[in-house]
Design a protein around this ligand. Structure first.
Ligand code: PLP
Length: 348
C-alpha cells in the first residue's frame, strides 16, 4: 500500500446498501455530521446519494448549508436544533428539516413561521433515557401549536450493547409515544440499533459509524466492509544499543540492541498521543510496537523483530488489513468514532 489515507467510497455505498436492505420496508438515512465522521462530506454524500440514500443528518448549520449545495433534492435534518432566529432563517433558506430539541427551538421555529405566514415543518427529538437532548417522552404532547410536526425521533444510549436493559426501556417509551401519533414518521435506531431487530427500525434508521466501516456492536465479527486504511511513511531507520532512551520524556529505554524506525506521523495527524508506548503499527502483517511518546509529527516504532530490513519510504500500516479501526481505538483508550474524526491527513 502507498503511504497515506485511503478511503473506499464504494465500500461506504455497499455498507449503506447492506443496511438499507436489512431494514426494509423502513428507509435508511446517512448520518454525515462532522465532515462525514472525518471522511469528507462531499465525496461521502455523493456516494450515498448514488446508492439511493435520500435522507441525511448533520449536526451543524454550516454542514447542512454545504450539503444542500451538493444535494438539491435530499431531505437534510439538522440534529443540533434551532438555536436562534438567524439559524431558523438560514435553515429555511437551505431547506433544512428542523429537529426541535426543546421549547426554545420551538419558539424560534414558530416565530419564523408566523413571519412567513405558514406553519413550518419539523420533527421532534424526544428523550427516552439519554438525558442529553430532547423533550421528555412521557410528558410531551407532540401536536404543537404553530408548527407542523411531521416526525418523532429518539436516540439510544447503549445500542452497541445488545443485552443492555436500557435498550428495551427506551424502546418501550418511544413506542408508547409513537402509538399515540401513528400518522407521524418515526426514527429511533443508529448503527447499533439497526442490529437490535425490526422493532427498533420504525420508518427511518440513522446509521453513521457502520457506514464508515466501524463495528456497530461490541461483540462478534464486524458485518460491515472496512472503509479506511491509513499508512505512514518511514523517514529514518536507526540501530541503537541497549539502554538508550527514545523520544520526549525518555519514557522508553531499549532493553536490547534495537532497530528503530521513525514514522512521518504524529498526534497532529490523528495518531493519538495515548498510543505512546502502547500502540502498534504493522509492516506487511508483522506488528511493530510504538516506543516512547508519540510526538506532534513523528512516532518511533521498534522494528527489530520485523523479519526484513525496513527502509525509509516504506509504509507502516496504522489502520488496514492487520490493524482494525477497533483495535487502534482500543489501544488508544477510545472509540472508532474518535479515531476517524481525528484523522488529519492529506487525501491519498
Ligand atoms: C451521531 C448520531 C447517529 C449515528 O450514530 P452511529 O452510532 O454512528 O450510527 C444517529 N442519531 C443521532 C441523534 C446521532 O447524534
Amino acid at each position: 500500500m502507498q503511504p497515506g489515507l485511503h478511503i473506499d467510497y464504494e465500500a461506504i455505498a455497499a455498507n449503506w446498501r447492506l443496511l438499507a436492505d436489512r431494514v426494509k420496508p423502513a428507509r435508511c438515512a446517512g448520518v454525515v455530521k462532522d465532515n462525514a465522521y472525518g471522511l469528507g462530506l462531499r465525496r461521502v454524500a455523493e456516494a450515498l446519494a448514488a446508492a439511493g440514500c435520500n435522507d441525511f443528518f448533520v449536526a451543524h448549520l454550516h454542514e447542512g448549508v454545504q450539503l444542500r449545495t451538493l444535494l438539491p433534492k435530499a431531505r437534510i435534518f439538522l440534529l443540533n436544533g434551532v438555536t436562534s432566529d438567524k439559524v431558523a432563517e438560514d435553515m429555511v433558506t437551505a431547506r433544512l428539516m428542523a429537529i426541535l430539541n426543546h421549547e426554545d427551538d420551538l419558539a424560534y421555529w414558530r416565530a419564523l413561521g408566523q413571519r412567513l405566514n405558514r406553519k413550518l415543518p419539523c420533527w421532534l427529538h424526544v428523550d427516552t433515557g439519554m438525558n442529553r437532548l430532547g423533550w421528555n417522552a412521557q410528558t410531551l404532547d407532540p401536536e404543537l401549536e404553530g408548527v407542523e410536526v411531521q416526525g418523532l425521533m429518539s436516540h439510544l444510549a447503549c445500542s452497541d450493547e445488545a443485552q443492555h436493559p436500557l435498550n428495551e426501556l427506551q424502546l418501550a417509551r418511544f413506542t408508547q409515544l409513537r402509538d399515540r401519533f401513528p400518522a407521524m414518521e418515526a426514527s429511533f435506531a443508529n448503527s447499533g440499533g439497526i442490529f437490535l431487530g425490526p422493532d427498533y427500525h420504525f420508518n427511518l434508521v440513522r446509521p453513521g459509524i457502520a457506514l464508515y466501516g466501524g463495528h456497530p456492536l461490541n461483540t462478534g465479527p464486524n458485518p460491515m466492509q472496512p472503509v479506511v486504511s491509513l499508512y505512514a511513511p518511514v523517514l529514518q531507520v536507526r540501530e541503537v544499543p541497549a539502554g538508550q532512551s527514545v523520544g520526549y520524556g525518555a519514557s522508553f529505554i531499549t532493553a536490547r540492541p534495537s532497530r528503530l524506525a521513525t514514522l512521518d506521523a504524529g498526534y497532529a495527524q490523528g495518531l493519538l498521543r495515548t498510543l505512546s508506548n502502547k500502540g502498534v503499527v504493522a509492516f506487511n502483517g508483522v506488528r511493530a510496537p510504538i516506543v516512547g511518546r508519540v510526538s506532534m509529527d513523528l512516532t518511533v516504532v521498534d522494528v527489530t523483530d520485523v523479519p526484513y530490513a525496513v527502509q525509509p519510504g516504506q509504509a507502516a500500516e496504522l489502520i488496514g488489513p492487520t490493524l482494525t479501526l477497533e483495535e487502534q481505538a482500543q489501544a488508544a483508550g477510545t472509540i472508532s468514532y474518535e479515531i476517524l474524526t481525528r484523522i488529519n491527513w492529506p487525501r491519498a
